[in-house]
Design a protein around this ligand. Structure first.
Ligand SMILES: Nc1ncnc2c1ncn2[C@@H]1O[C@H](COP(=O)(O)OP(=O)(O)OP(=O)(O)O)[C@@H](O)[C@H]1O
Length: 254
């Protein structure tokens, strides 16, 4: 594996005496696409919440580029370079598609708030740049023609893609996707998987993908981490985990 961008070191969390995640260790390399799978309630979303500052771990730490992320809040995690999408889509539903992406870019704008308010030349220069970048990002997802549509009017699959575009616009080094294909039809799913492969190439980012559709994870991830009851039960290539008796047992026992 290339240099680890994201590292989870003995990560764990207990909710009212119940250990939801125990001793989660993982290193995600540069440009790596890793699948995180496991039966319902295994702890996948909880791991994402730990990696993104939604929950503070009761044990262990998260490191980004070797730096501890201890105590960081979700917005600080985004600033540091860890962005995510959610199982339930979170967009500015009454804003247009392009506005949704631009808002995410804005976190990186250099002009001061004062300059922005007065609409100084520096604002327009940066604003033009942001508009171009936002359109470019939409193009990756074949969504440029939808730029002026209101987000809430988009079909479900397009809303999911927009959510990913927004996460990318934050300038993330690591992108965590929580069941991005949930509720999509097979054509939309196929298109989404192609888009995920493209953005990894184009933006050189690392991706962790939670997905229920095993065949889909197997197709696009080079490495898979399987958890059950909050613990890692297997890691390896898709072929390795598919043939692992513990994994087969966990899925059959579901
Ligand atoms: N805030 C919380 N308080 C108490 N228990 C929680 C909390 N968040 C998660 N849990 C528990 O932690 C366990 C793991 O849940 P989690 O949602 O992470 O699983 P999952 O693998 O993402 O499941 P699914 O595939 O159904 O989305 C479950 O037993 C859940 O009830």
């Amino acid at each position: 594996m290339s240099k680890a961008v994201l590292k989870a070191d003995h990560l764990g969390i207990t909710f009212g005496g119940l250990k939801a995640v125990t001793d989660f260790n993982a290193e995600i390399g540069e440009h790596e696409l890793v699948g995180l799978i496991g039966p319902n309630g295994a702890g996948k979303t909880t791991i994402f919440n730990l990696l993104t500052g939604v929950y503070q771990p009761t044990e262990g730490s998260v490191y980004l580029d070797g730096k501890s992320m201890a105590g960081k809040k979700p917005h600080q995690m985004v600033k540091a370079g860890i962005a995510r999408t959610f199982q339930n889509i979170r967009l500015f539903k009454d804003m247009t598609v392009i506005e949704n992406v631009k808002v995410a870019f804005n976190q990186h704008m250099k002009y001061s708030v004062f300059g922005g308010m007065l609409r100084l030349p520096s604002f327009w220069k940066e604003e033009d740049g942001i508009d171009g970048k936002a359109r470019e990002l939409l193009r990756v997802f074949n969504m440029e023609d939808l730029a002026q549509n209101t987000a809430k009017n988009l079909p479900y699959g397009q809303q999911r893609k927009l959510e990913i575009a927004r996460a990318l616009a934050t300038g993330a080094k690591v992108l965590l996707l929580d069941e991005p294909a949930a509720g999509m039809n097979p054509t939309e799913t196929m298109e989404l998987m192609n888009a995920i492969a493209t953005i990894r190439e184009r933006f050189g980012i690392s991706i962790i993908l939670i997905e229920h559709d095993m065949s889909l994870v197997m197709k696009i991830c080079e490495r898979i981490i399987v958890i059950d009851y909050g613990q890692i039960i297997a890691t390896g290539t898709p072929a390795e985990v598919a043939n692992n008796p513990k994994v087969i047992g966990a899925y059959l026992g579901e």
